[in-house]
Design a protein around this ligand. Structure first.
Ligand code: AMP
Length: 203
């Protein structure tokens, strides 16, 4: 299964990606996690990305595409993956199409979590408060101000990505405002509906 999970910040992509990982035995490829790890390790990519991420802006396409292309070649991604947080721009989506084509791979489905924007800033605030309560390090971009910025960017840059996949007939939109378990069920149903032929062709 080769899947993409799309949705605005705070829509629950990370939570749902983890469920897909345990349900389907495929790795979660989260560009946010990969970039945060690079920042922690102070790699060249991390040093470049740090301030951009703190502002809530997007890291340059070439940099993120290179990180994802490397990750696609890791052995654990050979039988599938769920991309979380990528692609976030049309240029990234086109670059991903090319990277997959070069590897003779194709996507099975693109799953969009649809969430009313008015609740997203609150959700991000709650996530930060809960993490602080658990004694976990709160992400420096989990502030209402940066969240607003990330939402603006989502509208401007990522919404066209949704249309890109809709036009390829790969998109399923799911109501992300439902309880977590109901969202998981809808995602599982969407994945189960992927045509068997499509899966066979890529083996
Ligand atoms: P996330 O954990 O997916 O919310 O990502 C956290 C931050 O990492 C984003 O606000 C961006 O600064 C950066 N980032 C993650 N994925 C991408 C991407 N596909 N393109 C550009 N920047 C990204």
């Amino acid at each position: 299964m080769r899947l993409i999970l799309l949705g605005p910040p705070g829509a629950g992509k990370g939570t749902q990606a983890e469920k897909i990982v345990s349900g389907f035995g495929i790795p979660q490829l989260s560009t946010g996690d990969m970039l945060r790890e690079a920042v922690k390790l102070r790699t060249k990519t991390g040093l470049h990305a740090r301030e951009i991420m703190e502002r809530g802006d997007l890291v340059p396409d070439e940099l993120v595409v290179a990180v994802v292309a490397d990750r696609l070649d890791q052995p654990d991604a050979a039988n599938g993956f769920v991309l979380d947080g990528f692609p976030r721009t049309l240029a990234q989506a086109v670059a991903l199409d090319k990277e997959l084509y070069q590897r003779n791979l194709r996507l099975d489905a693109v799953l969009e979590l649809k969430v009313d924007e008015s609740i997203l800033v609150d959700r991000v605030k709650t996530r930060a408060e809960q993490m602080a309560k658990r004694g976990e390090t709160v992400r420096s971009d989990d502030t209402p101000k940066v969240c607003e910025r990330r939402l603006d960017i989502y509208r401007a840059q990522t919404v066209p990505v949704i249309e890109h996949y809709r036009s390829q007939g790969l998109l399923t939109s799911i109501d992300g405002l439902q309880p977590i378990e109901a969202v998981t069920e809808d995602l599982a149903a969407a994945i189960a509906a992927v045509p068997v032929n499509a899966i066979r062709r890529q083996k």
